[in-house]
Design a protein around this ligand. Structure first.
Ligand code: AMP
Length: 387
């Protein structure tokens, strides 16, 4: 596939109409691109800012219509149907290609690609039987984490096994999922961090500053930037993200999630070939946001400056936070003023606020990240969450 420069005025087709597509359309719209999205839910977050084709992701005819209306196609989630991805590649221009999707859709393939890129991953084994699980758990040493090879997210499709008694019940549950299984050694990490890299077809690569990520019940809660890590770890994390982007021939964004252990060693946990929740801080705190960078990369425009303009903490707003958020919003926020922080609200336009559903986020700009964290913990919005 030869790279093309896609100039403003062109239409970007986005497979998936969620918040990532919405924020891509906002950033790309500012540059003068038009957007069309394919999503089964009418009035999707992206559909509110773009034309929308309402159809299932596996619907070939609808995908063909998306291709017909678009000059370039991208996706906002990685579980794109392989047949649809291949069809789009032949009928349209998909600069990200389908091979990166093929790699990141499957944990074993992803781990092998990471090792080939010179990255360290937690020791792992492929599991096909209960006996195999027992043998691998003994070899790796408990605790271990059993994961489905495909389809898992936000901790779904994962079992932490701490004792031998945990093995058989986890196998019974996991083997029913009908997908491949991977066993990983449990990494006793001191921090989770992520780096987002962008690469364009010409080979130019840029990384965003590493984010330090805190999860609550397996869902990202906070991203703290600058991450509270040494300069050596920061440099190594950025170097790893660049070498992964180059080795996998990434076009667009690649988010690299890593564990940092007490010795200062980085293990790559997971990749996402798209904008990432841990990069939402860039929208208010960097010269260029991850969304603009993705559009620049797939359109083969020069990448933007990724410099951090201010310390920031990104905090997610889940369904259960919407009621307290709406109480806070019209009130004068004395605490924020006192702490010198500036909360920047982003909501995704989702109608129903179900518990655990990502409804939006706030980027809390601050003189230091400590002040942003103080504001978040004093606020009534996340009180229940953090308890
Ligand atoms: P994942 O779906 O692979 O991103 O995992 C979700 C979360 O589970 C991670 O962010 C970690 O907090 C935890 N986790 C996953 N794998 C491991 C591991 N091998 N060791 C320790 N914690 C893990």
């Amino acid at each position: 596939m030869t790279a093309r420069t896609i100039l403003p005025g062109a239409t970007v087709g986005v497979l998936g109409g969620g918040q990532l597509g919405r924020m891509l359309a906002h950033a790309g719209g500012r540059l003068g691109y038009r957007f069309v999205t394919l999503d089964p839910t009418p009035d999707s977050p992206c559909g509110q800012t773009a034309r929308q084709i309402v159809a299932g992701y596996g619907d070939r005819e609808a995908a063909r219509e998306l291709a017909r209306q678009s000059d370039v196609i991208t996706y906002e989630f990685e579980n794109v149907d392989a047949g649809v991805a291949a069809m789009l590649e032949t009928e349209s221009y998909v600069p990200q290609g389908s091979s990166l999707l093929y790699t990141t859709q499957h944990r074993l393939r992803e781990k092998r690609a990471l090792e080939a890129a010179g990255a360290r991953v937690a020791p792992y084994a492929e599991i096909v039987s209960l006996d195999g699980l027992r043998a691998a758990a003994e070899k790796l040493g408990l605790p271990v984490v059993l994961k489905t090879a495909t389809g898992g997210y936000d901790g779904k499709g994962q079992w932490v096994l701490r004792t031998e008694g945990d093995l058989a019940p986890a196998w019974a549950e996991a083997s029913r999922t009908g997908t491949g299984l991977v066993l990983e050694k449990f990494v006793k990490f001191v921090k989770e961090i992520s780096v987002i890299a962008a690469r364009r077809p010409s080979g130019e690569v840029r990384t965003f500053p590493p984010a330090e990520n805190l999860h609550v019940r397996n869902i990202l809660h906070l991203s703290i930037v600058p991450a509270r890590i040494s300069d050596a770890v920061r440099a190594e994390a950025e170097r790893l993200a660049i070498s992964i982007a180059e080795s996998l021939n990434v076009v667009g964004l690649i988010a690299v999630e890593m564990f940092l252990d007490a010795d200062g060693t980085l293990f790559v946990n997971e990749l996402a070939p798209r904008p990432h929740n841990s990069g939402h801080y860039t929208m208010d705190a960097c010269r260029t946001s991850q969304f603009e960078q993705h559009i620049r990369a797939i359109c083969d425009l020069p990448l933007g400056d990724t410099a951090l303009l201010t310390p920031v903490v990104m905090v997610n707003l889940l369904g259960e936070h919407m009621e307290p958020l709406m109480k806070w919003l019209p009130a004068c926020d004395m605490e924020a003023e006192k702490l010198g922080v500036e909360p920047k609200l982003h909501l995704y336009g989702k109608a129903e606020a179900k518990p655990g559903r990502k409804m939006g986020h706030i980027n809390v700009l601050a003189p230091q990240t400590g002040a942003a964290l103080a504001w978040i913990s004093q606020s009534d919005i996340w009180r229940v969450h953090e308890a």
